[in-house]
Design a protein around this ligand. Structure first.
Ligand SMILES: C[S@@+](CC[C@H](N)C(=O)[O-])C[C@H]1O[C@@H](n2cnc3c(N)ncnc32)[C@H](O)[C@@H]1O
Ligand code: SF4
Length: 442
């Protein structure tokens, strides 16, 4: 074993386990203005279009949680949401005219909080997706994010009517005090009401998001939240380590890392004990769901993003509109999107070009961070090379007990899985690292 490789992977064990969440590689902070605007038709012309994922972004929320760095605005006024829907319609028309062979096999509504929209607006959104966008909710798996404060019986009925079979609820913590200390103004009454509504309006898959690592959270209060999620008989439970928004300037160092790691382990063990299966560091699925329900894992490529803040992926280009966190800047980007809708959406201006090395890293990072690991033949089929030849540093993971490697797969051990947020960034290319580090948070 090369000493440098071994030293580098060993640092993964001693450094912070919480560097960055690598759910998509590269992160939007690595996107930049493209050298020239690319026609949408050119971007998609050599891509397979028969099994695409349609993602629709709704950048609105009831409130702006203190920790959140997603692209969203809180409490937009009514004309803005309606104007947004008009712009989405215009963008959907352009996409449908340009990707005329597109066939969608999965749809996700995310944000922000899609259910911030009124029931009439939600219905309009589904009609745009169906009648203009060409997706067929009801015939394909459809997932929608929601929060307790924004749900009511009418909205839930619309979601079911338009084929939503996975409802993902942001709870964060069932403990009002813990939630508020993390910057989430949770009302226990909203949560209680939502549970009652969901007992009347069932979804095949209910996902609950929880966050650990808040300053007031103890192992006991955290496990009470995990137990409550289990008691809701949620098919999926996501456990997110708390990250603070870069612009808050808070950094808490090792004691905070230790706190998060201890809570992660306690939550993971409780879910495993109660019959959940670990799918990734964050995701747990009830065993019965694994056998019967639709699987919602993201496709590697072939995602069409609709709406301001949505990402789109072809094999070699990832793109979106610009990214910001501060509300005045998010508002400026949304306003530009509304203006553009009067002109056209035919060109892509902002994104990241993935050469072969970046495509290989993307497949490696996304697969390796799943509990089932990376299938070596899958990688070889796509790139005609051996992943261990391309990424020698993987041997160091095995050497430090964070991965097991055999002729079929490379799979993280529990010690590796809990360090997913360090292993992902460790595999970033130098150029992605530099671009992300050079991103001006605004
Ligand atoms: C789009 S939100 C979910 C729906 C809805 N907006 C809500 O919050 O109820 C996606 C999830 O990401 C997680 N999340 C967002 N920012 C986070 C952060 N800074 N640290 C940890 N988890 C975070 C939260 O669990 C959140 O529910
Ligand atoms: S966590 Fe959800 S509700 Fe809170 S600001 Fe982020 S997207 Fe909005």
């Amino acid at each position: 074993m090369n000493v440098t490789v071994q030293g580098e992977s060993h640092r993964l064990l001693t450094g912070s386990p919480y560097v960055a969440y690598s759910y998509a590689y590269p992160h939007k902070t690595a996107y930049r203005s493209l050298p020239r605007p690319l026609p949408l038709r050119e971007v998609w012309q050599t891509e397979a279009q028969d099994a695409l994922f349609l993602y629709l972004h709704v950048p609105f929320c009831e409130y702006r949680c203190g920790f959140c760095n997603l692209f969203t605005l809180s409490q937009p006024k009514a004309p803005l949401t309606q104007r947004y829907l008009d712009a989405v319609r215009s963008e959907a028309t352009t996409i449908a005219n340009t990707l005329d062979k597109a066939r969608y096999v999965r749809l996700a509504l995310g944000g922000g909080t899609p259910t911030f929209l009124s029931s009439t607006e939600l219905e309009q959104l589904f009609l745009i997706v169906r009648d203009v966008g060409g997706a067929k909710p009801g015939k394909i798996p459809v997932s929608c994010e929601a929060s307790p404060a924004t749900l009511d019986a009418e909205k839930l009925a619309i979601l079911r009517e338009y084929g939503v079979d996975r409802l993902s609820l942001g709870i964060q913590s069932f403990d009002e005090r813990d939630a508020q200390a993390m910057g989430r103004p949770l009302r226990a009454t909203d949560v209680k009401r939502t549970r009652e509504l969901l007992s009347e309006q069932r979804f095949p898959v209910l996902n609950l998001d929880l966050i650990y690592g808040g300053s007031t959270q103890t192992k006991a209060t955290w496990l009470e939240s995990v137990d409550e999620a289990i008691d809701w008989t949620a098919e999926e439970i996501y456990l997110y380590p708390l990250y603070v928004r870069p612009l808050t300037g808070l950094a808490k160092g090792k004691p905070w890392d230790d706190h998060r790691l201890a809570l992660y382990r306690a939550g993971r063990d409780r879910l495993l004990e109660k019959g959940y299966t670990q799918v990734s560091m964050r995701m747990f699925q009830r065993r019965s769901t694994l056998e019967t329900g639709p699987t919602y894992c993201c496709q590697d490529d072939g995602m069409v993003g609709l709406g301001c803040g949505a990402r789109s992926y072809t094999r070699s280009l990832h793109y979106s509109r610009e990214y910001a966190v501060r509300s005045s800047n998010v508002a400026g980007i949304v306003s530009d999107y509304l203006e553009r809708s009067k002109a056209d959406f035919t060109h892509v201006k902002h994104g990241f070009v993935l050469d072969i090395d970046e495509q290989q890293r993307r497949m490696l990072i996304i697969s390796l961070l799943q509990a089932t690991g990376l299938q070596r033949t899958h990688y070889k089929r796509r790139f005609q090379s051996d992943v261990l030849e391309d990424f020698r540093q993987l041997l160091g993971l095995a050497d430090c007990g964070m991965a097991e490697i055999n002729s079929e797969r490379i799979q993280l051990t529990p010690a590796g899985l809990e360090r997913s947020d360090a292993i992902g960034p460790w595999l970033y290319s130098e150029s992605v690292r530099q671009l992300s580090e050079g991103f001006q948070w605004r």
